[in-house]
Design a protein around this ligand. Structure first.
Ligand SMILES: NC(=O)C1=CN([C@@H]2O[C@H](COP(=O)(O)OP(=O)(O)OC[C@H]3O[C@@H](n4cnc5c(N)ncnc54)[C@H](OP(=O)(O)O)[C@@H]3O)[C@@H](O)[C@H]2O)C=CC1
Ligand SMILES: O=C(O)C1=N[C@H](C(=O)O)C[C@H](O)C1
Length: 251
């Protein structure tokens, strides 16, 4: 039986913090190779010319939808780490993908601990009166709150709603703008931008007499790479839209 040839990968945002790390990780993996490195100003046609099978996108929320439109139109699977996906964007993507064979993964976070932490938060949500999310990132991050924090808050909100948990206790009547963070669903999210940090998150739950804090720290961008490689291998086998790396894992 002949062995499958290496997966042909195109990296969008190839010169960025994440894109450059992805190029290193893909080139170091035996079963895939980077055949196109595309950054701002480069034509997307380079992906087609290089015969890319799977794109990895770490660009920015303003350009990622155009990139995905191109990939879907050209039959290229996509693994997306770029933040900025809300319900409306996901619906648009589903429409573009239809019942075709292209697989797209939108992963708010590729670090295994972050994926587990989001799942744990979803499980814990219905047992606690209060839940708030604190995300801490490097100061070069363009968006706030982080995609991970927004996704975590949506998961908690949905789990609380499904379980019929009453509104969170909060007697605040006087509030300086921003003092209580921003609401995602019914969960408050607080964003810190701190020099020296990479990507960190705490989810704090509380109820009568006890609290639970789930904390995850990405100390280096290599933390995201095993998840990215797993996604590159899996996306071609999963047509349609998947949201969250957990969809490709046995969780
Ligand atoms: N899901 C996850 O696990 C993770 C997600 N992220 C997310 O990934 C994204 C990128 O983060 P990061 O690497 O730190 O950001 P960077 O700014 O370092 O990298 C983004 C790169 O994309 C380039 N770019 C801009 N527009 C285009 C375009 N149209 N086509 C191709 N390349 C383009 C930028 O060029 P230029 O600078 O010239 O504009 C830059 O080189 C963010 O949304 C971030 O939140 C980050 C870490 C982990
Ligand atoms: O910009 C980053 O750095 C990160 N972005 C993603 C997010 O917005 O959640 C993932 C991780 O937190 C790092």
């Amino acid at each position: 039986m002949s062995e499958r040839s290496a997966i042909r990968v195109g990296v969008l945002g190839a010169h960025g913090r994440m894109g450059s790390e992805v190029c290193r990780a893909v080139d170091a993996a035996a079963d895939m190779e980077v055949v196109a490195r595309v950054d701002a100003g480069d034509p997307l046609q380079a992906l087609v010319d290089a015969g890319v099978e799977v794109v990895v996108d770490f660009t920015n929320p303003d350009v990622v939808m155009d990139n995905l439109r191109f990939c879907v139109d050209h039959g290229i699977h996509a693994v997306v780490g770029t933040s900025g996906f809300d319900g409306e964007r996901l619906k648009t993507l589903e429409k573009w993908l239809g019942s075709g064979s292209v697989g797209v993964l939108i992963a708010p976070n590729f670090a295994i601990g972050a994926v587990l932490s989001m799942r744990f938060a979803e499980l814990a949500a219905k047992y606690y009166d209060s839940a708030e999310v604190i995300e801490l990132h490097h100061p070069r991050k363009l968006d706030a709150p982080s995609g991970t924090a927004a996704h975590t808050a949506r998961l908690i909100s949905a789990a609380r709603a499904a379980a019929g948990v009453p509104p969170m206790p909060d007697a605040t009547t006087q509030e300086a703008p921003g003092a209580r963070g921003t609401l995602v669903g019914d969960v408050r999210v607080h964003s810190l931008r701190i020099a020296g940090m990479i990507a960190h998150q705490e989810v704090v739950f509380g109820t009568e007499g006890e609290t639970l804090t789930l904390r995850h720290d990405s100390l280096d961008r290599t933390s995201f790479m095993p998840g990215v490689l797993l996604a590159v291998r899996t996306a071609p086998e999963r047509p349609g839209l998947s949201v969250g790396l957990d969809k490709y894992m046995d969780l």
